[in-house]
Design a protein around this ligand. Structure first.
Ligand code: FES
Length: 110
């Protein structure tokens, strides 16, 4: 099931949360529909924390140069980033969020 990282109430579409699990920086993000996702926190274009960016629908936008990463696949939908970030499996149990850093549901290489 993975590692407990936070409470589901700790993340909102207005504020993603950066956590570190097994040395991996992860952005825990609630999309506009209320679904929680976990993707690699470091933008593939620069050393920027994506958790400091902006959620729009099911994307997370890097604040530095505006690449929007799709939360379900980790793929950047807009330049300048062109490499995907990893996507991790999220499980919510009793209001707590668990992230499994070994699983990548979208099949994105880590
Ligand atoms: S550092 Fe994220 S888009 Fe440039």
């Amino acid at each position: 099931m993975g590692t407990k990282v936070c409470s589901a109430d700790d993340v909102t579409p207005a504020a993603a949360k950066r956590v570190v699990v097994d040395g991996v920086a992860i952005a825990v993000v609630k999309d506009s529909a209320g679904t929680i996702h976990a993707i690699g926190d470091t933008c593939t274009h620069g050393d920027i924390s994506l958790a400091e960016g902006f959620v729009e629908d099911d994307t997370l936008e890097c604040w530095a140069h505006g690449s929007k990463f799709e939360l379900t696949t980790g793929k950047p939908l807009t330049l300048p980033a062109y490499e995907p970030v990893p996507v991790f499996t999220v499980t919510v149990v009793d209001g707590d969020v668990y992230v499994d850093t070994t699983a990548s549901p979208a099949g994105v290489a880590q």
